[in-house]
Design a protein around this ligand. Structure first.
Ligand SMILES: [Fe+2]
Ligand SMILES: [Fe+2]
Length: 354
């Protein structure tokens, strides 16, 4: 079965005034991490690894002051990194080192895909470190065109990595050394979506769009008050009605990036819809939407069940799949669910199921 994604279009729902209102709010929320002078740039500490000989100085911030923690050419040792992780969500680089910083990842990725000495696990680690940084930049400033370009380039590597062999997608999601939910979840949804789309017959460029749709499906959460996003427990009805707007916000942001396929905005808008039409934000039956949206929804549900959150322990794969099976046919189609389950089986078991 081959699908094509072309010919889709997206109709904006929020007015410009609504959009600008949430955007202003967003700017206020992220301002804490910024250096008002523009001299230093925050980078997620989750993206910093100990191994690389990094060509830039790294700083930490205390009050309004910046202190160097690693000079150019030096490596950060594990003990220091662990200590820093406990107290700093961000380290800082000089703004003038931005290109060097991103080039490091680009170079590492291009080199490592040719390097046969590196294990898939090592490759997966570099790829997810890089993606973590991109997701972080995107959530801080979702309208930044360069971050979207970087997300695209990371997704191309995801597709290449996952297409290499069966179950390679598991190497990307099983690393789990990033404890921030949004990072693990976005990487998880991108990886499961690409693998499921391959199983459904999607090809090449479409796979990159599928992966991007997975990586960016929750971008609208960047517009929701972080107190709601990070709440340690169930949401009250007010908070829940705020939270339910994230698909619309995400679609709106993504539709404004004109170089992205409109499908990516449509997937962000539709990923909480389901087959019985009881989802949100529109309550439309998922069968009336592009099948790709069901791929993202299935990947999203599985990742939400199996990823660690502050207030709940993650389900193991079998429990998660059993819970999802109970939602057939209300939420998920039986055929797509079957291909999803098959992805997790090893070669010999797969022959028995197929
Ligand atoms: Fe979502
Ligand atoms: Fe999600």
């Amino acid at each position: 079965m081959t699908h094509s994604l072309r010919g889709l279009s997206f109709n904006p729902i929020l007015t410009d005034t609504d959009y600008m209102a949430v955007h202003q709010f967003k700017k206020k929320v992220v301002v804490d991490y910024r250096d008002p002078s523009g001299q230093y740039l925050p980078v997620s500490i989750e993206s910093i690894s100990t191994g690389a000989t990094d060509d830039f100085d790294l700083f930490t911030k205390a009050g309004e002051q910046f202190f160097i923690v690693k000079p150019k050419g030096n490596k950060l040792n594990l003990e220091m990194l662990t200590k820093l992780k406990k107290t700093n969500p961000y380290l800082y680089i000089k703004a003038e080192d931005r290109d060097t910083y991103y080039a490091r990842f680009d170079n590492q990725l291009s080199r490592m895909f040719r390097d046969t000495r590196l294990s898939p696990n090592e490759k997966a680690a570099v790829l997810t470190d890089w993606t973590v940084e991109i997701i972080d930049q995107l959530f801080k400033d979702p309208s930044h065109p360069e971050s979207v370009q970087q997300a695209k380039s990371a997704t191309e590597h995801f597709v290449r990595f996952i297409s290499e062999r069966n179950q390679a997608f598991l190497e990307l999601v099983e690393l789990r050394d990033h404890d921030h939910y949004t990072y693990s979840h976005s990487v998880g949804v991108a990886s499961y979506s690409i693998a499921l789309a391959i199983a459904q017959g999607y090809k090449d460029e479409d796979l990159v769009n599928v992966g991007l749709a997975g990586l960016l499906h929750d971008l609208g959460k960047s517009m929701i008050d972080p107190k709601i996003i990070n709440k340690d427990g169930p949401l009250n009805s007010d908070e829940w009605s705020q939270m339910k707007k994230h698909p619309l916000y995400g679609a709106e942001i993504l539709s404004r990036h004109k170089d992205l396929d409109p499908l990516i905005a449509l997937a962000a808008e539709g990923h909480h819809e389901n087959l019985s039409g009881t989802g949100y934000p529109r309550g439309v039956e998922a069968a009336k939407l592009d099948p790709l949206i069901s791929i993202i929804s299935m990947a999203d549900a599985y990742s939400a069940l199996t990823t660690k959150r502050s207030y709940s322990t993650p389900r193991d794969a079998v429990t998660a799949l059993k819970l999802m099976k109970e939602s057939i046919p209300k939420k998920f189609g039986a055929d797509m669910f079957k291909s999803f389950v098959v992805m997790f089986l090893n070669e010999s078991n797969r022959k028995k199921v197929a």
